[in-house]
Ligand binder design. Sequence first.
Ligand code: PMP
Length: 296
Amino acid sequence: MRYFGKDTWIYLDGEFVKAEQATIDLFGQSLHYGYAALDGIRAYNTHNGTRLFKAEQHYDRLRRSCELVGISFPWNTSQLVDRTYALLEKNNLRSAYIRPLVVTGHNMYLMPAEDAHLAISAWEWGPFLGTELIRLTLSPYQRPNPQSLPPAAKIAGQYVASIVATNEASQRGFDEALLLDSEGYVAQASSNNLFIEKDGVLYTPGTGHIFPGITRQTVLEIAAAFGIEVVEKKITPAELREADTAFLTGTATGIAGVASVDDVRYPAEWTDTLSATIQRAYKNLTLEKENYEVII
Ligand code: PMP
């Protein structure tokens, strides 16, 4: 995957600079300790032009992530949304993934550095990943304990655990790792939230141990608009295995149907499920199509 070339611009500390010329502080606290906050936003090439999906919510979440761990965030959400559109235009991107990253300055002590720097980069991202159903495995790794770091904070250092779990799942031949929480309930995938469907009802783990994704919230809104019942509850590994089908949600992924968990293959035909209806509606919502049920 190529993230930038010689003509790529990034937005750094209030200015547009060439990605190749941007430098990183080797003595920065973020590099040494993972003390940085990030987010991920999608831009879709809609019939109304290039549109960021829920950009304000993503920048508000970035601010909140910083607040939760003591990183200063002196930026204004609507200005950042505006700058992000300008960045897309400068890079001639229509369908993109946008990565805002807040890093702190040099400080080798375990106290917040005084300065914070914001970089926004963007790269081409196709409208949706393939429609292939994914194969999950229950990971031997757990979600981080919510008492060690606030689960709603998207902090760089936490992703070491996600990388380790994804790598372990991949080495065993699976597409994605599904992690239990510290109480033994099913929490989420390494960077996606989980829904299961059983007898016409959707279930998803409640907040507490999970990262409360914006896509997950959007699914709750779509389900409410469609009159589909969703129950937020603790999900046991047995309930996961006995579901009719399941799906993962995330900004980069969108909504991805699940084929199987370890050796259990879900019995429902994906296209016949309520989950597939939600998947279609999500696509139509992000692409600003009027008719929710149009299949793209
Ligand atoms: N969980 C984790 C750990 C994530 O990093 C993400 C992606 N930000 C998600 C869930 C999904 O969140 P969202 O729908 O806001 O992208």
